[in-house]
Design a protein around this ligand. Structure first.
Ligand SMILES: [Zn+2]
Length: 272
């Protein structure tokens, strides 16, 4: 599956296109197999369309993000499904394309007025992905928030925590946003110390994942425990501990980078 991103769409629709139609954080999928509609024109579905953005081409097929009015009913054979619930069910590449669509629509919805002078903004005339303020010239672009996520390990054990905000008994790796002025490494050390009171060393970059709720870029690391007793930041962490790789608690679902970080650690232990 090859995706070529672009903000400049074709002048006319040609052949079938892929339509990522959102109503808030819910995306239109077929009822039978959760696939996204592939049609010559989304207008055929009879939804009230608020805006449309070209995303690029997926295997030569044009892909569009569309915002549908809240009052629009899903057409027969389709339903609006919470994007989060497709994680691990939709193909990873399609899920990330849907995440891209959602972030662009959210950015547009949140930047209808200039943050500097308050005037209404307009889409950039060159087809660039930005909104321009005609009154003061200020431009706004879709932004992402970098976020560090780290699996701290100690021999055959991994440090996992249950966040207060989780509404089920699930343990995950530690994570936190990069603050203005920080390097990613500084964030990692600060977050681990703040959340559980321990120090780490030997940081190894693992990989990254776009996480569209609402617009984060998760930067995944492994790190070694270097010292300190577990002291939990109680307003954020309900419970935390070191777990042996063979006796893990409930962890985040497949498709999340937390799951991949934990599985990579388990595989490295099993390979010893
Ligand atoms: Zn302005």
């Amino acid at each position: 599956m090859t995706f070529e991103p672009s903000a400049r769409g074709p002048a006319t629709l040609q052949g079938e296109s892929l339509w990522l139609v959102f109503q808030g954080a819910s995306v239109l999928v077929s009822e039978d197999d959760h696939s996204f509609p592939v049609l010559r024109d989304v207008a055929w579905l009879g939804l009230e369309e608020l805006s449309r953005h070209y995303l690029g081409s997926l295997d030569g097929k044009a892909a569009f993000a569309v915002a549908a009015a809240q009052a629009s009913q899903a057409p027969s054979g389709f339903r609006f499904e919470d994007l989060r619930r497709l994680l691990g069910h939709a193909d990873d590449r399609l899920f990330s394309l849907a995440g891209r669509a959602f972030q662009i629509l959210e950015w547009e919805r949140n930047h209808r007025f200039c943050g500097r002078c308050g005037s209404p903004t307009v889409p950039h005339a060159d087809g660039e992905r930005s909104r321009l303020c005609p009154a003061c010239g200020f431009s706004s672009y879709p932004r992402i928030n970098p976020c560090v996520i780290v699996a701290v390990t100690r021999g055959e054990e991994i440090l996992l925590a249950r966040a207060q905000r989780f509404n089920r008994p699930m343990f995950s790796t530690l994570a936190g946003f990069v603050e203005a002025g920080e390097s990613v490494e500084e964030t990692l050390h600060r977050e681990v110390l703040e959340e559980v009171g321990v120090r780490v060393r030997n940081l190894r970059y693992f990989g990254s994942q776009s996480w569209p709720f609402p617009g984060n870029l998760m930067l995944g690391f492994h790190a070694d425990y270097a010292g300190g007793e577990l002291v939990l930041q109680e307003d954020e962490i309900a419970e935390a501990g070191f777990f042996h790789f063979s006796r893990l608690p409930v962890i985040p679902p497949r498709g999340s980078i937390a799951h991949a970080l934990i599985q990579a650690f388990v595989a490295s232990c099993q390979g010893r």
